[in-house]
Design a protein around this ligand. Sequence first.
Ligand code: FAD
Length: 469
Amino acid sequence: MSADFLQRCRDIAGPEHVLTDAADCAPFLTDWRGRFTGRALAVLQPNEPQQVAQLVRACADHRIALVPQGGRTGLVLGSVPDASGDAVVLSLSRMNRIRALDAVNRTMTVDAGCILHDIQQAAASVDCLFPLSLAAEGSCTIGGNLSTNAGGTAVLRYGNARELCLGLEVVTPHGELWSGLRGLRKDNTGYDLRDLFIGAEGTLGVITGAVLKLFPQPKGSMTALVALAAPRDALALLTLMQDQCGASLTGFELMSDYCLRLVATHFPHLPTPFVKRHPQYVLLEVSSSESEAHAAGLLEDALNAAVERGLADDAVLATSNAQSQSLWHLREHIPLAQAAAGKNIKHDISVPISGIADFIDSTDAKLQQAFPSCQVVCFGHLGDGNLHYNVAPPEGQPHDEFLAHQDAINRIVHDSVDEASGSISAEHGIGALKRDDLARYKSKVELDMMRAIKGALDPLGIMNPGKIL
Ligand code: FAD
């Protein structure tokens, strides 16, 4: 039966785009962090939406599960197949065309397999901005970004992937092609199907195209690194910056001293730019639609007010693009420094912004009580209430030994998140990794509604099974 299925796929996509050889399939089967390698019947590489539709129909007819895959940078085992070897991977990597650019409507229509960085560049070529920005932007695809409702560093000003998308083109689990590629900012014509597929992690259909929102390019931006005593001061600084700079505040990233020490240890060309150590740092970015001088003025005035109110202990202002990039490199190198330091237990959580300081204080204390001297690597998009709250072993303890406590540590952190009315997955999604946690923290009524939607759209259960639910 699988021979018939594979022949049908070859007839649709061309024999060279149906990979079955183990070596050819290997790059598509292991997750980004190398923690899991699945198996697949084949890797399918369509190059247009109609091919995707025909391949999905073939999967439905043969009851074969499929795993949509973009850049494979997701961090929750969503885009790799399980170990059964029964599913196919449907890679969107060949579908990478910019279909249309409309600078007046400020929209861009793209294939789902377009790399995020290429989309940013295409927007810049017509003097526009596509603001979604994350450290994986050179590899991740817009289809993956939308399927995980990706966030990143500009959510504070522009929102996450959901808010940056006006329309979608989707292949349903029955293999029908739905074109919802509308570049409309207002459309109240019933249920918003687009919003169902965004953040669905490939469990409801395959996104093949999208209409994205573009924005005017800022005329200038200014970056600063501020040293402070505690997360509570960072919250007060956020309020002050928002009051003084309004929508011009485009970045607000919290990093603990331990994070920057890790970066300095593993990337010695990126030292912390202060003589003295401080417990916490905030990376700030202010952008202006007028000029760089205007952005600098806004930032300097706000920082002076912060110093007067005793919120900031010290600050460095970037005076060139290169300096600004070095400051952003500090932030971007934290995950890389952590990877170089060894395995750790990651959490990608959000709590209401006003509750962040209490969350950090109380969770740090609970962890120290249960696992004395464990190291917390806490950094993230404070302006969105989103923290990467990762836990590493005490100095000298082998990382694998510490990882044996993963379930207990997850329970402490996620119970704390739950108590703070937060979310156990702010950015990365659920995938296979957090499926059990989702069942633990979502209410029955919420899970029942999710299962009803899944059952209605994908009654055969072929679309990325084992993910989310
Ligand atoms: P994949 O990993 O290939 O897939 C992710 C999920 O989407 C899977 O469930 C997959 O089945 C599904 N999917 C993929 N394409 C489609 C499609 N066309 N149709 C339907 N379903 C599909 N995430 C953030 O939100 N913010 C960050 O700041 C951030 N920083 C990161 C930094 C690094 C260094 C890394 C490695 C990852 C980071 N991530 C971040 C996570 C990751 O980059 C995002 O989740 C990204 O959106 C995934 O895109 P992708 O193309 O790699 O998707």
